[in-house]
Design a protein around this ligand. Sequence first.
Ligand SMILES: [Fe+2]
Length: 302
Amino acid sequence: MTRTTAAATPIEDPQGLFSRNYNRVNFMFPHELAGNPMWELKNLVALSRRMPDHRDTYWSNGKIAVSNNWESGQKDRLTLDETLVNIEHNNSLVILKHTEQDPQYGPVLQQVLARIVQLAGEQMRCDVTVGEVLILVSSPHRVTPYHMDGETNFLLQVAGDKKFYVFDHTDRTLVSDLELEKFYSISQVLANYRPERQADANAYELRAGFGIHVPVNAPHWVQNYDNVSVALSVTYELRSVDRLTDLHRINRRLRTLGLRPSPPGTSAWRDEVKLAAYRAARRLRKPPAVLRPYPVWTPPAA
Ligand SMILES: [Fe+2]
């Protein structure tokens, strides 16, 4: 495959949806990335075969329910290559990570990463530390289980179609403060699907050529229709989430001491005091953070 190109501007936003709604509400938007040979299965197989091992490709096989988790379907699984080559017939999900670093896909995908930040504006640019594009390839009728992510996300459908359900990320009756605390301090696989709350989701008919913005911590799940789905998960790690993670970890520790800490955001001064103490103690105890052993995308300077 020769180096791929996309439209001059992969996303237009004449209504200002990105700057108005970024990380506030989920919304659907059109894009220009569908219909490119990049998303044909033979080219995705070639991409998968040249992915370096450290990018840690995810795949799972077999029937998955909405209430399952990421570990489901990983026992006795097919090889990655078998899974992807026959994905039309094996009820599977493959997630290729850090595809923005690939020499052929990288130029287009880095353009998408930069364009979204440009559309959302300074509120996003100054908060993003690392951006990544994951390519999700999944079988006809496949379910992606209910979960939430600690990154802000834009899911761009580029081939096939699906039903995409996303819930309000601010609803603490759906995901409680205590569940968020566990998510950030124990395991990011924690998300409890509540069938009785399904009617509260926004249900999008997601077709190739459209995308959905999923704010940080907005629970979501997916039901594919009768075709192979290819979607780009354009994902950003945020400084504000690092801060939130620290606050939840502090609260977890205080709770083990028998205290009842206030959730992050309920008292600005308490949050600042906790963070200052926590970060000072961490600097004393912990060795410097290990740098990532692979290249990553970071936003352009202002
Ligand atoms: Fe997700």
